[in-house]
Design a binder for this molecule. Structure first.
Ligand code: IPM
Ligand code: MG
Length: 370
C-alpha cells in the first residue's frame, strides 16, 4: 500500500474541532489496514497571523505543494477584523488556491435521506437531490487586478475590483464540467451574466466551443446566473453539473448547500492540473462551511462536512473508491439512526456534540466493514 502524505491545516474557529475527527478517522484507517497515511500539520488563517504575522507562511505553502493532498478546516473570525487587508485570515486560503493553481472547485450538494426534512425547502423538492456545483477557483474577481481603493481627495473614495477571464481558464474548467457530467447524468448547466458582463459573453462562447469540439454527447444548457439561482431553489433536481465563475460559484454553492439541510454537511475538493510526469494532481479538500466563530470551542460543531471532505480526498486524489463509499455509507447510517448535531436537528430531537458524531461515524464504519 503506498504511503500518502497529508498536510492538515485546521485553521480557525471550529476548524480545529472538526479536524480532530478527521485525525481520529485517519488513525482508525491506518490501524485497520485501510491505507497508510502520514500526516503533518501547519497553520493557516488567523492562527498563522497570530504566530507569524502572515495568514500563511512560505514554508506552509511549500509543504502544501509537496503534499499528496491538503486537508483544510476553516479560516477567519471577528478576532482578526482589524488586521491589515493583505494579512486577513482568508488571504491564506486564497494564496493556497492560487499558488497551487487549484482552479477546479467541486462542491457536491447531496441530500441524505434522513435529512430531507432539515432543508428549508419542501421534502419532495430536495429528496434524492444530487448536484455538483463546479466553481472556477483561481480567476475572476477574486484575483483580477487592479483591486484597489483610491482616495479621490474630495471626500470620496473609489473602490475597484476586476473581473477577468482568459480563454484557457474557461476551457479548462469547462472540460472538468463535461468530464464530471459524463460520469453522472450527462448534463451541464453553464451560468454567467452575458447580458451584462463581457466575461459572461466570453464564458458563454468558450463553454459552447469546448462542447461543440469535444463533448457533443453531453447535454449543455446556458442559464443566466440570476435565473439559475432562482431555479436552484424552485426546482433543484433539474440540475446535474453546474459550472460557473469564482464569485457566482461562491454564492450558488452556499444556496445549494442549504438545500441539503445545513452548511455543516457540505464537502468540497479543489483540484489542479494533472502533472504529466508524476501523474499527480495538487489538491485541497475543505468543508464549504466557514469557521463559525459563534459556536467555536463549544464542541457542538457538525464534523460531517469535514469528514466528507476527507472522503473526497480518498476518491479524487487516491482512487480509494471502496473506502470513500464506506465513509459515506457510515455518515448516512449515523444519520439514519437519528444522530444529529444541533445544526441538523429538527425540533424536539436530541443532539450530540462534535466528538460523539465523529465516534458514531467510525462506529458505523466498524460495523459496515465487519
Ligand atoms: C468559500 C469561502 C471563501 C471564498 C472565503 C473564506 C475566502 O466563502 O470557500 O466559499 O469566498 O471563496
Ligand atoms: Mg463561500
Amino acid at each position: 500500500m503506498p504511503t500518502y502524505n497529508l498536510l492538515l491545516l485546521p485553521g480557525d474557529g471550529i476548524g480545529p474541532e472538526v479536524m480532530a475527527e478527521v485525525r481520529k478517522l485517519i488513525a482508525w484507517m491506518n490501524s485497520h489496514g485501510m491505507g497508510t497515511f502520514a500526516t503533518e500539520e501547519g497553520l493557516c488563517g488567523g492562527c498563522a497571523y497570530d504566530a507569524h504575522g502572515v495568514a500563511v507562511t512560505d514554508e506552509v505553502v511549500e509543504k502544501a505543494k509537496a503534499a499528496d493532498a491538503v486537508i483544510f478546516g476553516s479560516v477567519g473570525g471577528p478576532k482578526w477584523d482589524k488586521v491589515p487587508y493583505e494579512h486577513r485570515p482568508e488571504a491564506g486560503l486564497l494564496r493556497l488556491r492560487k499558488d497551487l493553481q487549484l482552479y477546479a472547485n467541486l462542491r457536491p450538494a447531496v441530500t441524505y435521506p434522513a435529512l430531507a426534512d432539515a432543508s428549508s425547502l419542501k421534502r419532495e423538492l430536495v429528496e434524492g437531490l444530487d448536484i455538483m456545483i463546479l466553481r472556477e477557483l483561481t480567476g475572476g474577481v477574486y484575483f483580477g487586478e487592479p483591486k484597489t481603493i483610491t482616495d479621490l481627495g474630495n471626500g470620496q473614495k473609489r473602490a475597484v475590483d476586476t473581473q477577468v477571464y482568459d480563454t484557457y481558464e474557461i476551457e479548462r474548467i469547462a472540460r472538468v464540467a463535461f468530464e464530471l457530467a459524463r460520469k453522472r447524468r450527462n448534463k451541464v448547466t453553464s451560468m454567467e451574466k452575458r447580458n451584462v458582463m463581457k466575461t459572461g459573453v466570453l464564458w458563454n462562447e468558450v463553454v459552447g466551443q469546448v462542447h461543440a469540439r469535444e463533448f457533443k454527447d453531453v447535454q449543455l444548457e446556458h442559464v443566466l446566473a440570476d435565473a439559475g439561482a432562482m431555479q436552484l431553489v424552485r426546482n433543484p433536481k433539474q440540475f446535474d453539473v453546474i459550472v460557473t465563475d469564482n464569485l457566482f460559484g461562491d454564492m450558488l454553492s452556499d444556496v445549494a448547500a442549504m438545500l441539503t439541510g445545513s452548511l455543516g454537511m457540505l464537502a468540497s475538493a479543489s483540484l489542479g492540473e494533472v502533472d504529466p510526469k508524476t501523474k499527480k494532481r495538487r489538491a485541497l479538500y475543505e468543508p464549504v462551511h466557514g469557521s463559525a466563530p459563534d459556536i467555536a470551542g463549544k464542541g457542538i460543531a457538525n464534523p460531517i462536512a469535514m469528514i466528507a471532505s476527507f472522503a473526497m480526498a480518498l476518491r479524487y486524489s487516491f482512487g480509494m473508491i471502496r473506502e470513500t463509499d464506506l465513509i459515506e455509507a457510515a455518515i448516512a447510517a449515523a444519520l439514519a439512526q437519528g444522530l444529529r448535531t444541533a445544526d441538523i436537528a429538527s425540533a424536539g430531537m436530541q443532539t450530540i456534540g462534535t466528538a460523539a458524531m465523529g465516534d458514531a461515524i467510525i462506529g458505523e464504519m466498524e460495523k459496515l466493514a465487519a
